[in-house]
Design a protein around this ligand. Structure first.
Ligand SMILES: *[C@@H]1O[C@H](CO)[C@@H](O)[C@H](O)[C@H]1NC(C)=O
Ligand SMILES: *[C@@H]1O[C@H](CO)[C@@H](O)[C@H](O)[C@H]1NC(C)=O
Length: 317
């Protein structure tokens, strides 16, 4: 652990450095190492917060804490949509990465903003991240307890929270690119919610006829709106991933076209590894459809199984 004879400026720099290391790992296609920096950043924040428990701006500048927190909490939340601990060793490792609760209790000012306001870069609001997080928790419960009944209280609560977010978005500036990102994330969250909490199969009407077509359309309009800027604009990779996980075979080509363009525009990124994971998931589906793969569903999201077999930690932003 770093020494205590540092200035706040040094500590801010250390935290930002960990964030940049994480970004560099993701840009070079890492499917594991980027999480080490995420874990390191949590440890540094905890360490110095314990050393300087006083006023909120002593350990780090609040702006830096906010910035780093948004960066990591998005990655952590999406990581948990594709990764679950399958044994106790993995569970400890997994829990030591947790950004959602621990860090915001150490730095309570992180909870003070408007939770429905989307961050102006990626288009994600704390409220939406929290909804996704609740679905992640539910998926994890399903894994540990076999295949339980649908919890309708939870399903209805999450649905009404998502509806509220949709009402808010109608009043926001629709000309902004970040608006498109934010609806892509919301549509993907609807699919994730129906699939995991509502136990709807991938083929279900609500997913295939309602949310998936909307989601694909939005992603295509993001490609059009960003055009040549696609290479450096924030991109809702998680939304594309969710679409890929539920897309029917005859529409896979649409997804492949989106990936082909991304790969060309963003060669230094997590695009190639995400596509690789998507292809592995499709392959598993094909094998199951042919009946050549015996698969027992302990939980709804087959993609968690496939990615765990790859041994990957997906960054998806
Ligand atoms: C848990 O799973 C990991 C990765 O799959 C494996 O390396 C480890 O040996 C397992 N631990 C136990 C206690 O089964
Ligand atoms: C269902 O979800 C609600 C809200 O999250 C929770 O309070 C309740 O304990 C859950 N019920 C069961 C049976 O798990």
């Amino acid at each position: 652990m770093p020494g205590s004879s540092t200035t706040r400026c040094d500590r801010d720099a250390l935290l930002l450095l960990m964030m940049f290391h994480c970004l560099l790992e993701i840009a070079s296609g890492s499917t594991q190492e980027w999480t080490y920096h995420m874990k390191g950043a949590i440890q540094v924040m905890k360490y110095y917060r314990n050393l300087y428990p006083g006023p909120r701006d002593v350990a780090f500048s609040p702006e830096v804490v906010k910035f780093v927190h948004i960066f990591f909490i998005e990655k952590d939340t999406f990581l948990r949509t594709t990764t679950m601990p399958f044994n106790d060793t993995e569970k400890d490792d997994f829990d030591s990465l947790r950004w959602s609760t621990e860090i915001s209790s150490l730095f309570p000012f992180l909870n003070s903003g408007n939770p429905t306001r989307a961050d102006p870069c990626m288009g994600l609001s704390p409220e939406l991240l929290d909804i996704i997080s609740s679905i992640n928790e539910r998926a994890r419960d399903q894994l540990t307890s076999g295949r339980p009944e649908i919890n309708y209280t939870l399903l209805d609560t999450l649905k009404s929270r998502l509806h509220k977010l949709e009402l808010i978005r109608e009043t926001s500036d629709q000309a902004q690119l970040v608006y498109l990102n934010s609806i892509a994330f919301q549509e993907a969250t609807w699919i994730y919610l129906h699939h995991i909490v509502g136990n709807q199969p991938r083929e279900s009407e609500v997913i295939q006829r309602f949310h998936l077509p909307k989601l694909l359309e939005i992603i295509e309009s993001i490609h059009q709106a960003q055009g040549i800027h696609l290479c450096y604009m924030p991109y809702p990779m998680w939304a594309l991933f969710i679409a890929s996980c539920v897309v029917p075979e005859e529409r896979r080509v649409r997804i492949l076209e989106l990936f082909a363009l991304l790969k060309q525009k963003k060669p230094m990124s997590n695009v190639p590894s995400t596509l690789c994971a998507v292809e592995a998931i499709w392959k598993r589906r094909d094998l199951e459809a042919e009946g050549t793969h015996r698969y027992s569903t302990a939980h709804q999201n087959l993609w968690v199984d496939v990615i765990s077999q790859l041994g990957w930690k997906m960054s998806l932003t």
